[in-house]
Write a new protein. Structure first.
Ligand SMILES: Nc1ncnc2c1ncn2[C@@H]1O[C@H](COP(=O)(O)OP(=O)(O)OP(=O)(O)O)[C@@H](O)[C@H]1O
Ligand SMILES: [Mg+2]
Length: 281
């Protein structure tokens, strides 16, 4: 069976100041079409690196990534990314034209009229019809993220990559956007990889939750989420998964359920110098 996404034996090392830093080690993951996967783990465990490898912004040191059976070797519009930062939009374009522009450059829609008509549908999907003529500086943080989601979805990617997309938003806006994303996902059935630091968010959104460890970044556990949507945080199963994640990630329960960022520790360098550098010494 062809998976929407298949990651096999993925290892990613970076060469930093002459030493090998292992960001990801032996990651294996298969994702079915339409699955919503959340990824959680401490700062520096390689969550963004994993998304960047799937996006094709980084190439694996070892292992392979396939999307519907095709090897990923470069970025492509079949994998679109939404980031945490609230400055992802082109400030000189309106909300509508940010989406329309993406449609034109990717040749998803041709010409101004067609691209704007299609962009209007996606702006509607994220509930921003009344704000389509607003520029970035006239939109709230939540609205900006909605436009970024509309823009990413408008080119109809096979996989939507979301790197802490609600991480810069206040608790109320985050909750509203979580609900909205769940409803958009329900309508589009796009396959999603969603990185978060928030345990509740990981359980609310994820059909499967990937817990990662750091130094080096590995998958600690893949948790199936049997709770039907919309997921009640009061349910016995929710609390059980919450406790499992706390145990796995080795953290104390905090009122906000946010993962506490650990103190900065030395990066996970391999012991051996690379042959290339040894040769130049
Ligand atoms: N381009 C790069 N060059 C060198 N090292 C990198 C590069 N990108 C990431 N790293 C290193 O890889 C490790 C994983 O980084 P990554 O950004 O993937 O972590 P993360 O889990 O997303 O962290 P956070 O939760 O803080 O966003 C870190 O030690 C980081 O320093
Ligand atoms: Mg990150």
């Amino acid at each position: 069976m062809k998976h929407a996404l298949s990651i096999s034996r993925l290892t990613k090392r970076f060469l930093v100041q002459g030493r090998n830093l292992i960001a990801l080690q032996d990651i294996n993951l298969s994702v079915a079409q339409g699955e919503f996967i959340t990824i959680i783990g401490p700062s520096g465990c390689g969550k963004s690196t994993l998304l960047r490898c799937v996006a094709g912004f980084e190439s694996p040191t070892q292992g392979a990534i396939q999307v519907e059976g095709q090897k990923v070797s470069r970025p492509g519009i079949d994998r679109m990314m939404v980031f945490q930062g609230l400055d992802q939009l082109f400030p000189w374009l309106t909300a509508l034209d940010n989406v329309a522009f993406a449609l034109r450059v990717t040749k998803t829609a041709h010409g101004m009229a067609k691209s704007r008509a299609l962009a209007r549908e996606y702006i509607g999907l994220v509930g921003l019809t009344r704000y389509e003529d607003f520029y970035s500086h006239q939109l709230s943080g939540g609205m900006k993220q909605r436009v970024a989601i509309a823009r990413a979805l408008s080119v109809q990617p096979k996989i939507l990559l979301m790197d802490e997309p609600f991480g810069s938003l206040d608790a109320f806006t985050r909750k509203a956007l979580q609900e909205e994303l769940a409803s958009i996902w329900h309508k589009t059935r796009v396959t999603v990889l969603f990185v978060t630091h928030n345990i509740e968010e990981a359980i609310i959104q994820g059909d499967r939750i990937i817990a990662m460890s750091s130094q080096p970044g590995r998958i600690l556990s893949v948790i199936d989420n049997p709770i039907s949507r919309p997921r009640s945080q009061e349910s016995h199963e929710f609390i059980e998964i919450q406790e499992t994640l706390h145990r796995l990630l080795g953290i104390q329960k905090s009122p906000s359920q946010e993962l506490l960022r650990p103190p900065q520790r030395p990066v996970p360098f391999e012991e051996v110098e690379t042959p290339h550098l040894v040769a130049t010494l």
